[in-house]
Design a protein around this ligand. Structure first.
Ligand code: PLP
Length: 359
């Protein structure tokens, strides 16, 4: 298999793929595939329930939260969040740190009043802006942040302190990659296709007390409450994606949990950042050093011709997915949980060799 640095859908653990392959036609001796099974069956209900509990446990969230499995990707959450939680007499605050946070902000602006509490757009997203309660609108519904910026390659090191305003985070590109005090959030959400499993399922975890305040004036299918009441079995869920997530969560447990993965992610990303920093400007890191993401590592090279050559040679040498996002160009290595240390070591070696030959 190739070294997979795709940004998302991203690498899955080989063990997970093999286990799913083994169960594909005859799921756990039931005589049918999970793809063919009713979501009202005991088997699927149990799988659904077990996966929700496992996720809460791995995230270190105590009781008092609802786990929802939804469709539509993280982008649908950009719209559902304000539809559920932005009342007409309130303002939704957004911290802009990259293009996904801008998209979230734009969707909210179709729903109600919004306020940009902080932005690093003027710095071309190279840094993460300071945030405090004084920057928020007086009648705040919530503050939305993007903890890890997938395209730009930056992250918050700490969860910002913003007083009593409900805090909501998009964790799509870093969930389960480091220990965070998630009780500080009223809601978190993530598309599965990076650290949780395949595309098709999106998770939203909402504090029960906050959920009680959600709007009852929107269509039922858009209400978080509907999913919570029905344990995410209101309509047909993406069962196979949930099953794959279940396998990924068990893989995380086997790896020693989030703490172990965090340590490994620090080491993996440092291998590549060290090459960038020691290359005497051959590779140019984009993000301010203290806000560099451990999931998405971005850099530029002298010119686009050299960047193209790097991508072509990397592909010929067994690497996948190193081109930067089409909106920004440059290079990006997405080293999510399932990307093994050996892949990062191989990439670091390739980068050193490429610089020696072309520097
Ligand atoms: N938010 C972040 C941080 C992302 O990285 C992505 C996708 O890469 C999205 C939102 C959009 O997710 P989806 O494609 O599931 O709508």
């Amino acid at each position: 298999r190739r070294y997979n640095f795709n940004p998302g859908p991203a690498a899955l653990p080989l063990e997970v793929l093999e286990e799913a392959q083994e169960q594909f036609v005859d799921y756990q001796g039931t005589g049918i595939s999970l793809l063919e099974m009713s979501h009202r069956s005991r088997t699927v209900e149990d799988l659904n329930q077990e996966t929700q509990q496992l996720l809460l446990k791995l995230l270190g969230l105590p009781s008092g939260y609802e786990v929802l499995f939804m469709g539509g990707g993280a982008s649908t959450q950009f719209a559902l969040l304000p539809l559920n939680f932005l009342n007409t007499n309130q303002t939704a605050n957004y911290a802009l740190t990259g293009s996904f946070s801008e998209k979230a902000y734009k969707e909210a602006s179709y729903v109600g009043r919004t306020h940009v509490a902080a932005s690093s757009k003027d710095q071309h997203w190279r840094s993460i802006p300071e945030l405090s309660a004084t920057q928020l609108a007086p009648d705040s519904a919530y503050l939305h942040i993007t903890m890890n910026n997938t395209i730009e390659g930056s992250r918050y090191n700490e969860i910002p302190e913003v007083g009593s305003t409900p805090l909501v985070a998009d964790l799509t590109s870093e969930i389960l990659s480091r220990k965070l005090e998630l009780e500080r959030f009223s809601m978190i959400y993530a598309g599965a296709q990076k650290n949780l499993g395949p595309a098709g399922v999106t998770i939203a975890i909402i504090r029960e007390e906050w959920l009680e305040k959600a709007s009852k004036k929107i269509p039922e299918i858009m209400r978080y409450e509907t999913f919570a009441k029905n344990k995410s079995l209101f309509n047909t869920p993406p069962v196979h994606a949930i099953y794959m997530m279940n396998l990924v969560l068990k893989w995380v447990v086997n790896k020693g949990g989030v703490e172990q993965l965090e340590q490994l992610n620090r080491i993996k990303s440092a291998l590549i950042y060290d090459v960038i920093d020691q290359s005497e400007g051959f590779y140019k890191g984009i993000i301010e050093v203290n806000h560099r993401s451990h999931m998405n590592i971005t850099w530029r090279m002298e010119n686009e011709g050299m960047e193209r050559q790097f991508i072509e040679e990397s592909e010929a040498n067994g690497f996948e997915g190193l081109a930067g996002h089409r909106s920004v160009g440059g290079l990006r290595a997405s080293a999510y949980n399932a990307v093994p240390f050996e892949a990062c070591q191989a990439l670091a070696d390739f980068m050193v060799d490429f610089a020696r030959r072309n520097g």
